[in-house]
Each structure stands twice: as C-alpha cells, then as structure tokens.
Design a protein around this ligand. Sequence first.
Ligand code: GLU
Length: 556
Amino acid sequence: MDHKELSELIYPSLPHTPEEYEKIYPQRDLPEGAMVTRLGPSPTGFIHLGNLYGAFVDERLAHQSGGVFYLRIEDTDDKRYVENAVETIITSLGFFGIRFDEGATLDGDIGDYGDYTQSRRGEIYQTFAKKLLAEGLAYPCFLSEEEISAIREEQEAQKLSPGIYAGWSKYRDWDSDPETAAEVESRIKAGEPFVIRLKSKGIPNAGAEETARHAVTDAIRGELSVPDNFLDIVIIKQTGIPTYHFAHVVDDHLMRTTHVVRGEEWLPSLPIHIELFEDLGWELPVYCHTAQLMKIDEDGNKRKLSKRKDPELSLDFYRSEGYHPAAVREYLLTILNSNYEEWRMENPDADADEFRFTTEKMSSSGALFDLDKLNDVSKNTLLHIDARELAEWLKGWSDEFAPEYAYVFRDMDHLAEILDLGRHDARPRADLVYARQIMDFIGYFFDESFERKDEYPAEAAADADAILKAYLDSYDHSDDNGQWFDKIRQIATDLGYAAKPKDYKKNPDDYKGHVGHVSTVIRIALMGRAQSPDVWAIQQIMGEDMVRARIGSVTA
Ligand code: GLU
C-alpha cells in the first residue's frame, strides 16, 4: 500500500477534487486592497464582549476597504453546541450594529462561498485531508486514550514536550514498516476508529538554535518570529469532523479570507497553522491577533475579564441593562484605537464610521475595559440622539427586557419632553446613561414609580408643612420661571429664610436657612429627591394636576 492507496482506502468516494474546490470557490473579484474578514463564533450560547470587540475590527477592516465581512459558524466542537445559539449570535451582534455581507443568516446562507456552517462542510475537509494523506503529509493514527496518557507520562519523566510527534506514534512511520502498514490497512478495513494526524516536518524538542523560525507580520503586533511546529496534531477527529486548526486553514483559504482577526489565545497555535498552509501550498492570510480584554478589579489589580466574575463580559448584560448600541460602539472604538478619542473631540458630530480605523493603532498588550468610562461615553452619545428617537428606542428595550415599565410609554410625546429636559441648555445636562438608569432617573414623572428617597434638609424640615402650604396657595401654573422663583423667595423671607444663600453665609444667626433649603423641600415633595433638573421646567412637563397632588399629599 502506498500513500495514494491509503488515501483511497480511507476516503474512497468524495464528490470533488481539491482542484475542483479551487474552481468552485475562486479568487474574489474585489478592488485592490479590499479586505475579506470573517467572524467565526462557536455556538456555545455565550456571546461576549470579546466577540463584539473582534467583530468590530472585522467589520471596520472589511467595510472601510470595500471588502466583505462574513459570518461562519464554527460548530466542530459538538460537545459545546447549544440550541438556538446561532440565533443568539446573529441577533446580539445585529443589535450592536454588526452587519454581515455574507454567510450564515437567520434565513439560511447568503453568498457563494458556503456552506458557512462547518459541520456541513465535512466532505471539503476530508478532500484536503485525503490530499495530505496521498502526499505522505498526514497519517491515520490508532493510538487509544490510554496509550496517549502513557506516552504523556513517559514524556514527563524524560522532561520532553508532551504530545504526539516523531518517535511517539508507530503509525507515523507505517510506510517504512510493512507490519504496521498491514495493521493500518486491516484496521481501516475493519472499520476501527482512528484520527488523522499531520505528519509534521519540524524537529521535536530542538534547541533554540536548531528551531527554524518564520517571520510573520501580524497586523496588530508587528513582526513575529514564529518557531516551527513539530506536533502531529489531529486534523480530522474520529468522528470525521475536523479540528479547529484544520477547519481554519481550509475555510479561510477557500472562502478567500484576507485578514484573520482572532483572540491572542490562538497565537500559540500559529506554528501549526503556518505548517498546514505550507503543506497545502496556500498563501498565509494576514493575522490580526487582538489583545485580551482586561479590567481593573476591586483590589486595583489588572486582570482578564472573566465569565464567572464579570457580568459585563456577556453581551446580554448590555442589552438587558439597556445600553444604546451607539454608545457601546462608540466606547469600543475608544478602546480599539488609541487615537479615536482625539478624533472624536475634533469631530463631535461626525458619524463614528467616518473615523479611519487601523490595526496598527490597536493595543497588543491588553485592552482595558472600564464600565465607568462606558457610562461617561454613553452620556455623551445619548445627548446626540433625538429625544423622540430615544423614546422609541427605550420602548423597544422595555417591550423586550423590562415590560414592568410599560406605563412610561403610554404617551410618547410626553416621554420625549421628559427625556429632553435640560438637554438644550448652554451646558447640556448629561443625565441619561442607559435604559434601566433612565427609568429610575425619570421615575418621579410617573405615579407608578414615584418614591420619596431623600429627607428634607435639616435647616427647613420643621417648616416643611408651612413651606408647602404657602407654595400650594401661591402656585400658578402659568407663571414663568422668573415669577415662579420670586414666589419661592417670598415664601423663604416670610418664614425667616435668607432670600440669597450668600446672605445666610454672612450672617447665619439671622436666618433659619436660605432659599435653597426652602426650594429643596419643594423639590423633595415633588420629585422625592434633592437633586434634579430645573424644578420649574419639570413642573411644566408634569402638569398642574400632578404638581398639586404631589404637594397636597404631604401637607397636613
Ligand atoms: N471558533 C473560534 C472561537 O470561537 C474562532 C477563532 C477564529 O476566529 O479563528 O474562538
């Protein structure tokens, strides 16, 4: 049996040859410099900020260059498959404005380079595994799990690198040993399970000098010196399904990906991928290994975001808290590119897509994620969204995640007025951060959520009833802001409070307090809190009935 016969024995009937696949998936007809990128999430049901971070890089690179961005479902790890995970991936990313040009969609595949789900590409991988087998660059391996554990123990004892490589699997050299060749042939014929391994050409356990190195330019990290691989990694599992390594190489070649954006956890596997691309005679894509997302934890230490400890790692967190996608997008751009904030300061009203994103300006040492910073960015982003549009968006959020706030959306014009409060002042109020916070922030406009949270100020607590009665008596809803405040001053002076804070500060013994204390009593009676936008403006939006009812409910 020679290599070709072995390959035929293993894969007797595949529909296409490698050459045919090259024709079925031809070079893409794109303008010079156009980039083809892909997102390859595994359908584990957990879609996280790291996926979104990477997706932004992919999306920007492709769309800035007039290229193509596609979605490929990487479901070769059958143990991790979760029902409806693909829907979750597509809808979660879609929510944040990530749009694919091609690939898996909720209504099936779009594009000429599919199938875009790895589990449905079995014959394609097998065709290229067959090619490697026929060229003596891969071999079937029958080592059992027990044998592999025994090998590992032996390697540990000898202080050698763990794994299957030259010298450790007799099947690797079946072609120079007739007895093993016969065993291989009969076991395949008997239908015994086996994996297909790469027959690596690297020198195992070589010293630094003997290890060949490859110069690879990573678009984020710059020049890398990557050592030769020497591991006979599995390319096709017992089930006939490829490993990530093999699927990555075959798919990114055939789908004509130009830039592979993926997490830095894949850097250690790069030697394997280089060898596979070389064995198959294909050009390496440009790799862009993104940095891990880090945070400063409660103890001031920098650490990786963790699924277990940090709810903010999950994209569901942002959706259910109601962060506006434009805010998350804006924030991610600030951590993606170090020059983004400067650009934003110079172009406050520009669409974020006008910013020229580059991989060179990405951090390679860990991107720092900070929720407080996101909140700050969000406040500013929301200021640029029209109140009516924001109201509609909040309604969509409530319908999906927080139906308990349905009462907020009874009158959308009213809600838009509420949201617009103080946003057009000379120094606009940036009080709105994310939907759940907004529901709380505007809660006093609705009897359903109104609560008195703060206490009357000590200076005026004893007079609260007198202040509020006088207020109610003199209240005229048609007063303008100036007339309204003159009345508060009058109430203050009548009851022994200074009409101006500075008079009280100068002669504190002459007064019970000042006009600010008096107006805070009114504020708390109306809004339940000591801090709020302009009281007069709030009352105009609340309407006279609510103003009178709120004050009336706390007067004796
Ligand atoms: N399926 C891989 C993952 O979820 C994708 C890595 C890649 O983009 O190549 O980590």
